[in-house]
Design a binder for this molecule. Structure first.
Ligand code: PGA
Length: 238
C-alpha cells in the first residue's frame, strides 16, 4: 500500500507512479477512471506535462464506464469528464481513445468491438480505478464475478444516490450504465486503486482484507497481479 498523509499527497504519489509508466512506454494502454478520486492525480499529471517532464499524448486510452441513454456529448457523460480531466489537457487525440457508447443500436456489437480493441492492443498496461461506496470497480455493481464481461448493468440504488449531486437530483441520474468487465480490469498488467477519505475506510478494509466475494467486486483485487493501492490515512485508517 502506498500510504499518503492526505489527498494532495496521494495525488502526487499516484501521478509520479503513473508518469513512470508513461516514460517507460509512451504509448501504454490505459484505462482511466472518472469519479472524484483520480482528479487530483490527473491534475498533477497535467502539471508534469506542462513542466515538460512527461509526455502523455501518445497514450492509448480505453474508457472504463459510461451512463447509458444520455447524449454522447452530454457534459455529464463520463467521456466528457475524462476528456476535460485528462485527454484534452494531455493532448491525447480522439483516434487514440476507445469509448464505451452511451447510446447504440447494437450494444452487443459495441461491447464486442471494445473487448476486441483491447485484445488487439495487447491488453491493458495500466488500469486506474476508484472504489465505489458499495465496493464496485468501474460500474461492476455487486454482485459481480471475477470473470464478468463488459456489459450493460442496472445501477444500484446506492450508486444512484451517490451520483445524485452530480446530476442535480436523484430522479435525474440514469439507471443503466455500461462498464468494462471485471475480467478486463483484473487482466490489466498493473492496477492502481485510488482511495481517499474516511467515508471509504470500511469498504476499503473489506475489499483488501474481507472475504473475496462477488458482493464486494473490489475484493477480487486481492487475487489479481500488479495491484497497487494508493490510500490516504483517512481511508486506510492509519
Ligand atoms: P469517487 O467514485 O472517486 O467519486 O468516490 C468512486 C466510484 O464510485 O467508483
Amino acid at each position: 500500500m502506498h500510504l499518503s498523509d492526505d489527498y494532495a499527497d496521494l495525488s502526487r504519489q499516484a501521478a509520479a507512479a503513473f508518469a513512470d509508466v508513461a516514460r517507460a512506454k509512451p504509448d501504454a494502454t490505459v484505462i482511466l477512471a472518472t469519479g472524484n478520486t483520480p482528479i487530483g492525480m490527473y491534475d498533477e499529471l497535467t502539471r508534469l506535462v506542462h513542466a515538460g517532464t512527461v509526455d502523455l499524448s501518445r497514450l492509448r486510452v480505453f474508457q472504463l464506464d459510461e451512463y447509458v441513454g444520455i447524449a454522447p456529448d452530454d457534459r455529464r457523460a463520463l467521456y466528457g469528464w475524462m476528456d476535460r480531466a485528462a485527454l484534452a489537457p494531455w493532448g491525447v487525440p480522439a483516434e487514440q481513445v476507445v469509448r464505451l457508447p452511451s447510446r447504440s443500436d447494437d450494444f452487443p456489437a459495441a461491447i464486442a468491438a471494445y473487448e476486441a480493441a483491447i485484445a488487439a492492443a495487447g491488453g491493458i498496461d495500466l488500469c486506474i480505478l476508484g472504489l465505489g461506496p458499495n465496493g464496485h470497480i468501474g460500474f461492476n455493481e455487486p454482485p459481480a464475478d471475477r470473470d464478468a464481461p463488459t456489459r450493460l448493468i442496472d445501477l444500484t440504488p446506492e450508486s444512484i444516490a451517490s451520483n445524485a449531486p452530480y446530476w442535480g437530483g436523484i430522479d435525474q441520474v440514469p439507471t443503466k450504465a455500461i462498464t468494462a468487465g471485471m475480467r478486463v480490469l483484473l487482466a490489466s498488467r498493473r492496477i492502481f486503486l485510488l482511495v481517499s477519505g474516511g467515508a471509504k475506510r470500511a469498504i476499503l478494509h473489506e475489499a483488501l482484507h474481507g472475504p473475496v466475494t462477488s458482493q464486494v467486486p473490489a475484493s477480487y483485487l486481492q487475487s489479481a497481479a500488479g495491484v497497487e493501492v494508493f490510500a490516504d490515512r483517512a481511508a486506510a485508517g492509519a
